[in-house]
Design a protein around this ligand. Sequence first.
Ligand code: COA
Ligand code: ZN
Length: 306
Amino acid sequence: MSSFPESVEICEVGPRDGLQNEDPIAVEQRVQLIDALSATGLRQIEAVSFVSPTAIPPMAGAEEVMARITRVPGVTYRALVPNERGAERAIAAAADELEVVVSASETHNRRNVRRSVDESIDGAKVLAGMAHDAGLPVDGIVSTAFGCPYEGDVEVAAVAAVAARLLEGGADSVSFGDTTGMATPRRVDALLDELDRIGVPSACVGLHFHNTRGTGLANVLMGLTRGVRRFDASIGGLGGCPYAPGATGNVVTEDLVHMLEDMEIATGIDLDALIECAHLAQHLVGRDLPGQVMRSGPRTRRGEAT
Ligand code: COA
Ligand code: ZN
């Protein structure tokens, strides 16, 4: 049996990555979801992004969301920022941590933020400086880290090189985003090998999987065997608008916590409270979400004998 970490950190990304891919819901409902998540024992919540409301309408009103949530001590409320204006807004709104994103593939980066990868890496350095001046940490996210929907496979060396440059530019940690669910355990293993080779320790690595092709938890398991201790997930599997063909949410938070806790890997999260949040998320977006434990209940649940 492999040795797994004793505990892991889960970052709940439903309020940002999830909701950004759903029809917009009201600020008040976003606040309700974040507050409910804050009461589960989660310590990291990606609450909003400070992006153009024209580009991403569901993230409009990020200031209002941040002003109205009830902050729970010990919970880090993270915000994604695409540019200096975003960083200024996030700092003014008292976000606890900033996230900067650079795609590993040129085409995806241009489509997402209209810049080349090099320009984005330079920009990330400026944003990291702004965050540090405000006393905030920065996570550098490498998206399309396991494949690009436009360019196909992305070489692990290219992905790792972007991460190394983000760390050199001031990022305090790096995360790898499987933007469109192209990762499989073999590819996770290969990327972690490459990161080892260039000296990026697993301790500062986070993994962000989408369950587009059903490999999400398998990918997490591979990360765990390699000593990764930071994973993103979204409540109920929020994300992936039903009108966008093929779009799917992240690894499901409550399914992940359910699996980890039975593996005796501590998350610090109350599974029942999380399942309540998944039902709330489903109610707020008005459609069935793909989470499975929210439907079946935990494995310890006893049914009627038949
Ligand atoms: N917050 C709010 N508005 C912003 C903004 C920010 N951080 N950055 C730019 N804008 C607005 C500008 O005011 C401008 O608005 P206008 O058209 O009403 O005048 C518009 O966005 C375009 O601004 P510009 O400076 O020309 O930016 P750009 O076109 O070079 O870049 C991005 C646009 C990157 C800011 C925009 O596409 C964006 O926010 N993308 C978000 C991508 C994202 O979140 N992807 C998912 C996460 S990985
Ligand atoms: Zn994502």
